[in-house]
Design a protein around this ligand. Structure first.
Ligand SMILES: [Zn+2]
Length: 208
C-alpha cells in the first residue's frame, strides 16, 4: 500500500461543487465552502444506508418490471399485452435476432448485473473487506458507465408507439411494467450515485 499523502489524512477536503480545497471542520459540525457556499462533506453522507435503500427498492420493483405488461397493443386483431420477456420472445421468433438480443441485454441483463454488482460493493464495504480494492473500484466505474445504456427499452417502446400511431391501424399504450422498469433504472442510478467508492480505500488504510 502506497503512503502517498491523501486529503483526508492531511485534514483537508474538497468542495464537491467548485473543487476548492479547505480545512476539514471538527467532527460533527457542519461546514460550508468559503467560495461557493456548498455544504462540505469528507465522504458522501450516509453513503451505505442510502445505497442500500435505493438498491432494495430497485430489487423489489424489478419483479413487477418483468412480470407486468410493458406495453398494450390494440389493433384490428385484438388486444395484446407484452412483458419485456414476451416482447423479446416475439422479436426473436419474428427473426429480429439483433434487436431481441439488444433489448434482452439492455433491459433484463444490465439492470440485474448492476444490482448484483452494487450489492457486492455495498456488502463488501459493510463487512469491511480489504480484498481486491482495485477490482471493486473498476466494478464501480463499469456500473456508472452501464447505467446510461439501460433506458434503451423505454426508447424502443417510444419508437414503437410513434411508428404504430402513425399507421393508425393499432394503438400502443405503455403498461404498468414500463413505470416499474423506469423506476428500477432511476433507483439503480441513485444507488450508484450514493455509493462513495472512497470507502473501499478508507478501509484499506485503517486495516493496514
Ligand atoms: Zn465550493
Amino acid at each position: 500500500m502506497s503512503k502517498a499523502p491523501t486529503a483526508a489524512r492531511s485534514g483537508l477536503l474538497a468542495c464537491e461543487v467548485c473543487r476548492l480545497v479547505s480545512h476539514a471542520p471538527p467532527p460533527g459540525s457542519d461546514a460550508y465552502c468559503p467560495r461557493c457556499g456548498a455544504m462540505l462533506h469528507m465522504r458522501k453522507p450516509a453513503s451505505l444506508a442510502r445505497t442500500w435503500a435505493f438498491l432494495i427498492a430497485a430489487i423489489i420493483l424489478y419483479v413487477p418490471a418483468n412480470t407486468l405488461p410493458i406495453m398494450d397493443t390494440s389493433s384490428l386483431f385484438g388486444t395484446q399485452s407484452d412483458t419485456i420477456l414476451s416482447g423479446v420472445a416475439f422479436l426473436w421468433t419474428s427473426g429480429s435476432f439483433v434487436l431481441a438480443s439488444l433489448v434482452f441485454f439492455a433491459s433484463v441483463m444490465v439492470p440485474l448485473v448492476k444490482m448484483i454488482a452494487l450489492a457486492v460493493l455495498a456488502g463488501s464495504v459493510q463487512m469491511r473487506s480489504v480484498a481486491h480494492p482495485r477490482t471493486r473500484t473498476r466494478l464501480y466505474r463499469i456500473i456508472e458507465f452501464a447505467g446510461r445504456w439501460s433506458m434503451l427499452d423505454i426508447y424502443v417502446v417510444t419508437i414503437l408507439v410513434a411508428l404504430v400511431q402513425v399507421s393508425t391501424f393499432a394503438s400502443i399504450h405503455a403498461g404498468p411494467g414500463a413505470a416499474a422498469f423506469g423506476a428500477v433504472v432511476v433507483l439503480t442510478m441513485f444507488a450508484a450515485a450514493s455509493f462513495d467508492p472512497r470507502l473501499i480505500w478508507d478501509i484499506q488504510e485503517k486495516e493496514s
